[in-house]
Design a protein around this ligand. Structure first.
Ligand code: SF4
Length: 348
């Protein structure tokens, strides 16, 4: 794995993004931002599963004003997502948001960007320049590839902010197409010192979107690119946070909650491993400590994997061997598999 690209850290409320800070997991609410109580409730659900930054859509003045009450009801920093109308950014800043996301495809006039930068600087609030392949500036050169046009759009707004002596910048260049996204991030990573928010946009439902996001985000992280991630899914945002942590855990970049090792099952298994693993996974959601738990179907790889885990079971006909830190500690009956395994996890 490549060394992580060195970026200039920024502070979004209490959370550092970039530099040597851990790669930050973020998500976006799917509620109507004007509905303060529903939005706070959803953000609380996100906080509970480890979301560290949250973005809310700000489509109008009422939503911009609502961010004030939302911020009071939550514990993680809030970022206002602004398109088209720069005055909404000013209102959200006034309401106390911790970060802004601007799209250079629909707010690019220097005097509007200047007004936002000035207000953000007074409050020490960073701005994400969030380029999206689906909304590139109309001035983009059609001869260039989409990735190049995305990079150019970001660079133009970065230069504008820099000329205003504003450097609390974070950048994203998102497309649905994974190679395009990777090409764009690789290019900009060499050109600017600012932290990068990475993700694949409009990735789809969990079935396909998690894979698409994991391929794109993991490739970039493996190349050392990326300071904060968002998995965009057509689903409850909780799924985005869970998927984001699974990506980071797969690359050993973050520890967060349990890791479940389970075999795929096959004709050798004498218990229903699919059902058992699902039941254990469901119980593990409530556990926050980093612990490796194995559920294995038979004696072929079972004892090896189960012994390698912190706690594990290797199943046989009607019973299983329970391992803890590599040591066999008990033989358990099938009816007790989940209860006894989870008891060991709790005690670990
Ligand atoms: S551990 Fe056993 S049951 Fe599970 S996939 Fe491997 S051989 Fe099949």
């Amino acid at each position: 794995m490549n060394l992580r690209r060195v970026s200039k850290p920024i502070q979004i409320g209490s959370v550092t993004v970039g530099g040597s800070a851990p790669i930050v997991v973020q998500s976006m609410t799917k509620t109507n931002t004007r509905d303060v109580m529903s939005t706070i409730r959803q953000i609380k659900e996100l906080e509970d599963c480890g979301c560290e930054l949250v973005r809310v859509a700000v489509p109008d003045a009422e939503a911009a004003q609502a961010t004030r009450a939302i911020k009071r009801g939550i514990s993680i920093p809030i970022i206002a997502d602004i398109h088209f109308d720069y005055r909404l950014a000013l209102m959200a800043l006034e309401a106390g948001v911790d970060g802004l996301r601007l799209n250079p495809g629909n707010i690019s006039e220097p005097e509007k960007v200047r007004a936002i930068a000035q207000a953000a600087k007074e409050r020490n609030v960073p701005i994400r320049i969030g380029v999206n392949a689906g909304s590139l500036p109309k001035t983009a050169d059609p001869q260039l590839t989409i990735a190049q046009r995305m990079v150019d759009a970001a660079l133009a707004q970065i230069r504008l902010l820099e000329s205003l002596d504003f450097d609390l910048i974070k950048v994203s260049l998102k497309a649905f197409d994974v190679p395009t996204t990777i090409e764009a991030y690789q290019s900009i990573a060499q050109k600017i010192p600012y932290p990068l928010h990475i993700g694949i946009t409009e990735a789809g439902t969990p079935r396909t979107g998690i894979i698409r996001s994991a391929v794109g985000i993991s490739t970039l992280l493996y190349l050392g690119i990326g300071d904060t991630i968002r998995v965009s899914l057509t689903a409850h945002p909780r799924e985005e946070v869970i998927a984001a942590y699974e990506i980071l855990k797969s690359l050993n970049l973050r520890q967060h909650g349990p890791i479940l090792v389970s075999c795929p099952s096959c004709g050798r298994a004498e218990v229903d491993i699919v059902k058992l693993a699902e039941a254990v996974e469901e119980q593990l959601i409530k556990i926050s400590k980093p612990i490796k738990v194995a559920v294995m179907g038979c004696v072929v790889n079972g004892p090896g994997e189960a012994k390698d885990a912190d706690v594990g079971i290797a199943c046989g006909k009607g019973k299983a061997v329970l391992f803890k830190k590599g040591k066999k500690i008990a033989t358990i009956q099938e009816k007790d598999f989940v209860r006894v395994l989870m008891g060991e996890v709790e005690r670990f």
